[in-house]
Design a protein around this ligand. Structure first.
Ligand code: 13P
Length: 285
């Protein structure tokens, strides 16, 4: 199938009570492992490149690679640019063929966040590309974006309808107590806040910082209306550990990359399948 937009891939999530898994990839093998699982589990999937990953692989190369994978399967696949803080780069990604982009103007004040997001959304729509934005500030570190505890801020539910209406976004990342990266202590999610936000808007909601969130917390989020769940660090760590372990076993003799890179695929497949079951996206494609 051709790549689909975020709007399209999320459209039935609320009604059917599932969340589409959104995984950060950094190369070919992890992306392929994620895709293999989606196909096996019959799950829709959102493959996300951070600005760093998209620069590392190349924008056109990222689109070419994921588009090629999507065209060889019969399940919906969306290619998403994650946490773009640079509007010029985001626009390049839209032109290159991403079917979804996230503008992260969450460190600006409410009014400025609306202005920046609205401008980007109007641009992306001309290309048939979806837009996600963030309201509130999700803590932790997501590549270059570091938000310490003092500057993180939970989403104010009352501001959500105005934000969604004025910006025209297709999905909204909300801060309810998760953070990017590994947790230092068990995260405490504010489900009451999520319930309220979901009551106030029909805009699909996005949970960031999926690494380290417990199975029951994921399931509660899905039952309360979370439509997209992001997981990144868990895959990054699995990628690196898979290579490290495989090379260590046969340190001197191994020169064929396929003989150790294949473990990246299998590790990522394992993680992805678990998430698809938890998010109830398995069987939805
Ligand atoms: P983690 O790296 O904590 O899983 O978060 C991923 C994420 O939310 C990407 O936007």
């Amino acid at each position: 199938m051709s790549l689909v937009t975020l709007k399209e891939i999320l459209k039935e999530t609320r009604e059917k009570k599932y969340a589409v898994p959104a995984f950060n990839f950094n190369g070919y093998e992890d992306a392929q492992g994620m895709m293999n699982s989606a196909l096996r589990m019959r799950s829709p999937i959102i493959l996300m490149a951070s600005m760093g990953a998209a620069r590392y692989i190349g924008l056109k190369q990222t689109v070419g690679m994921i588009k090629g994978m999507a065209e060889s399967v019969d399940i919906p696949v969306c290619l998403h640019l994650d946490h773009a803080t640079d509007a010029a780069f985001l626009k390049e990604a839209v032109v290159a063929g991403f079917t979804s982009v996230m503008i992260d103007a969450s460190k600006k004040d409410f009014k400025e966040n609306i202005e920046i997001t609205k401008e980007v959304a109007a641009y992306a729509k001309k290309f048939g590309c979806s837009v996600e934005a963030e309201l509130g500030r999700i803590g932790g570190r997501e590549e270059e974006i570091a938000v310490d505890d003092a500057s993180s801020a939970l989403t104010d539910p009352e501001r959500v309808p105005e934000f969604v209406e004025k910006t025209g976004v297709d999905a909204l990342a909300v801060a309810i107590g998760t953070a990017h990266g590994f947790y230092k202590s068990t995260p405490k999610l504010d489900f009451e806040r999520l319930r309220k936000i979901a009551e106030l808007t029909s805009c699909p909601l996005v949970l960031h910082g999926g690494t380290g969130v417990s199975e029951t917390d994921f399931q509660t989020c899905v039952s309360l209306g979370m439509s997209k769940i992001n997981v990144g660090t868990e895959f990054k760590a699995a990628y690196t550990n898979a290579i490290r372990d495989a090379v260590a076993v046969n340190e001197t003799a191994e020169v064929d990359p396929r003989n150790y890179m294949k473990y990246v695929k299998t590790k990522c497949e394992e993680i992805a399948e678990g998430k698809m079951r938890l998010f109830h996206s398995a069987g939805m494609a």
